[in-house]
Design a protein around this ligand. Structure first.
Ligand SMILES: Cc1cc2nc3c(=O)[nH]c(=O)nc-3n(C[C@H](O)[C@H](O)[C@H](O)COP(=O)(O)OP(=O)(O)OC[C@H]3O[C@@H](n4cnc5c(N)ncnc54)[C@H](O)[C@@H]3O)c2cc1C
Length: 293
């Protein structure tokens, strides 16, 4: 490996570490060879401990155009460089409470300052806090390559444990969060072995939309860390529609509503405990949303 003009160059002549300031340059680099994308690096570097850092890297942190949160009229467009801290500081409507709640609980302040929402989704860990939240918002992922742009619903983007539908030459450029059609409220609840700096044992994100008559017009509830990919509770969502928005909404949650989950036994908790905790957190989320004004 040789060094020229400050860049690290492989014997093939390809620069091994790129940090372009232009999106076109970033996309072109992904098209000419296999590169590992890094943003905050808070998932990437811990996973490399003890292994040689011998990959060709595309560091996206200079792509300033990806650092914005924009109101596009019918949605919010969260750029791929937006960090958890950016979310906490952004003036977003109250129905973003679940995403702000997750932002407050991801890692510690240093991780929140560097870690991006897009990196959280692309890493596709079953315990990624952003995934159930963005599923409950019906979010989509925007991907770009030299061939153009496409949008994929998040539910289709994450295809398994640490696996996504991103093609090797694509960069995630943004996350699109549609605005709810009616007044909405949301919450995020996370259970870990301690209060902060902890990987989730279970997390629940819930969004309820309110009809004019005070009943639930639409419900979207997702549970994380209880299956390979966070899962929406479709049967519960259906059962909630038409109910009055009161704390006793929690009373309708039954074990059958969580039958689609497939928790595993691991170092953080046995499957039975996870299933039980998911039931409790789901009830708590609905009790909380039932009193919000
Ligand atoms: C101490 C510590 C505590 C943590 N606590 C939590 C926690 O409580 N909850 C939680 O969910 N996570 C936690 N994490 C994990 C991590 O911080 C988050 O997942 C974070 O959001 C990852 O963002 P990043 O920008 O650092 O991703 P990176 O590490 O830069 O990238 C992660 C993955 O996404 C890919 N990627 C990144 N950006 C793009 C893009 N624009 N397009 C395509 N691919 C991309 C990378 O190639 C890589 O595979 C923690 C990490 C640490 C070190």
């Amino acid at each position: 490996m040789a060094h020229t003009k400050g860049a690290v160059v492989a014997p093939s002549g390809m620069e091994r570490y790129l940090r372009p300031a232009q999106l076109t340059e970033a996309l072109a680099s992904l098209d000419t060879g296999s590169r590992t994308i890094i943003a905050g690096g808070t998932d990437y570097y811990p996973a490399r401990v003890g292994k040689p850092l011998d990959e060709d890297i595309l560091d996206v942190t200079a792509l300033r155009e990806l650092g914005r949160i924009e109101d596009t009229g019918d949605a919010y467009r969260i750029g791929a460089l937006v960090t958890w801290t950016d979310i906490l500081r952004a003036g977003l409507p109250p129905w973003f409470a679940a995403l702000k709640g997750a932002a407050r609980e991801v890692g510690g302040l240093q991780v929140q300052n560097a870690g991006t929402i897009a990196g959280n989704l692309c890493n596709a860990s079953p315990a990624a806090d952003g995934v159930p939240v963005l599923l409950s918002y019906d979010a989509s992922v925007e991907l770009a390559s030299v061939d153009g742009e496409r949008r994929v619903p998040l539910v289709d983007f994450i295809t398994g444990n640490r696996s996504t539908g991103r093609a090797a030459n694509e960069l995630v450029t943004a996350i699109l969060v549609p605005k709810p059609k009616r007044p909405a409220r949301s919450t995020f609840l996370k259970l870990g072995a301690r209060r902060y700096l902890v990987i989730s044992i279970v997390m629940v994100s819930a969004v309820l939309e309110e009809a004019l008559d005070g009943t639930v017009a639409a419900a979207r509830i997702a549970v994380g860390a209880c299956s390979e990919v966070a899962t929406r509770l479709a049967a519960l969502e259906d059962d909630l529609v038409g109910r009055r928005l009161l704390p006793d909404l929690a009373g309708i949650v039954a074990p059958r509503h969580l039958s689609g989950l497939s928790p595993i036994d691991d170092i953080r908790g046995p499957a039975g405990y996870r299933r039980d905790a998911a039931l409790t957190l789901t009830k708590r989320a609905l009790a909380e949303l039932g009193v919000a004004t």
